[in-house]
Design a protein around this ligand. Structure first.
Ligand SMILES: Nc1ncnc2c1ncn2[C@@H]1O[C@H](COP(=O)(O)OP(=O)(O)OP(=O)(O)O)[C@@H](O)[C@H]1O
Length: 243
C-alpha cells in the first residue's frame, strides 16, 4: 500500500521564548492509502496540531509533510488553500454546514468554491452512499444531528479527496447516532477505498479504525492495530488520559 500522508520529523512550537509550547516533537507517521486511522491521546497531547499540520491547515515549525507525494513544506497559503480544497476532505464535530443552503447545495459547495464542474453521477453516488436520498432539498435545520453529519461526510467526499480528516466527527452525537456515522466512515474506507484519519476521545469510535495512533506530550508513543474499545480504553488509562 502506498502512503497518502507522510510526516517526517514534524515539530510544532507555538509562541516564543519562555512561553513557547512544543505541541509536536519530531513526529514521523505514514498513513497508507485506503486505511482508517484514529488519533488519540490525553488533552493537550497534540492531536489537533497533528491533524492541522497533516491537512495543511497549519504549518510545522520543522520537518516535512507530504500529501500524495506533494511536499507541503514551503507552500504559500494560496497553494495550500487550493490543495486543501481539491485533495483533502474535512469533517468536524460541529458539522459546519451552511444553514441557508439545501443538503445538495452544501454537498457541492467545495466544487463551487473551486470553480469545478459537478459530476452528477458521482454526486448521486455520494448522496446515496451516505443515505441521504430523498433529503437533498432539505435545509440543515430540518435534519437530525446524524443526518447533518452525513451531509458533511458527503461534502468531504464530493471532490474525491485523497484523504478525509475528521476532528471529533462523532463528538456531538448520541451513542446510537455516533455508531451509524462510524459505520458509514468504515464503509467509505472499505467500499470506496477512501483514506480516513480521525481525532477522537472515544475508545468506541477508535475501535472502528484499522490503527490507533497514541500521542502523549507531542510524541507518537504507540500504535495499535485491530483495536477493540476495551483495549483502547485500557491503553488510554495507562497514558494517564482519564486520571
Ligand atoms: N494556537 C496556539 N497557541 C499556543 N499554544 C497552542 C496553540 N494551539 C495549541 N497549543 C498548545 O499546544 C499543545 C497541544 O494542543 P492540541 O490542541 O494539539 O492538543 P489536543 O491533544 O488536540 O488537545 P484536546 O484533546 O484538549 O483538544 C497544548 O499544550 C496547547 O495548549
Amino acid at each position: 500500500m502506498t502512503d497518502v500522508v507522510r510526516l517526517d520529523a514534524v515539530s510544532k512550537v507555538y509562541g516564543r521564548g519562555q512561553g513557547a509550547v512544543a505541541a509536536l516533537r519530531e513526529v514521523s507517521v505514514a498513513i497508507p492509502r485506503g486505511s482508517f486511522t484514529a488519533v488519540m491521546g490525553p488533552s493537550g497531547s497534540g492531536k489537533s496540531t497533528f491533524l492541522h499540520c497533516a491537512a495543511g491547515l497549519d504549518v510545522p515549525s520543522s520537518g516535512s509533510v507530504r500529501l500524495g507525494g506533494t511536499e507541503l513544506t514551503g507552500m504559500d497559503e494560496t497553494r495550500l488553500t487550493e490543495l486543501r480544497r481539491q485533495r483533502v476532505g474535512f469533517v468536524f464535530q460541529a458539522f459546519n454546514l451552511v444553514p441557508s443552503l439545501t443538503v445538495v447545495e452544501n454537498v457541492v459547495l467545495p466544487l463551487r468554491l473551486a470553480g469545478a464542474r459537478v459530476d452528477q453521477a458521482w454526486l448521486g453516488e455520494v448522496v446515496s452512499r451516505v443515505g441521504l436520498d430523498g433529503r437533498t432539498g432539505h435545509l440543515p435545520a430540518q435534519l437530525s444531528g446524524g443526518q447533518q453529519q452525513r451531509v458533511a461526510i458527503a461534502r468531504a467526499l464530493v471532490t474525491r479527496p485523497e484523504v478525509v480528516f475528521g476532528d471529533e466527527p462523532t463528538g456531538a452525537l448520541d451513542t446510537m447516532t455516533a455508531r451509524d456515522v462510524l459505520t458509514l466512515l468504515r464503509e467509505i474506507v472499505d467500499g470506496m477505498g477512501q483514506t480516513v484519519v480521525m481525532v477522537t476521545h472515544d475508545p468506541l469510535a477508535a475501535s472502528y479504525a484499522d490503527t490507533v495512533l497514541y500521542l502523549a506530550d507531542g510524541r507518537v508513543v504507540d500504535a495499535m492495530t485491530a483495536p477493540t474499545a476495551d483495549r483502547v480504553a485500557e491503553r488510554m488509562t495507562r497514558l494517564g488520559a482519564w486520571v
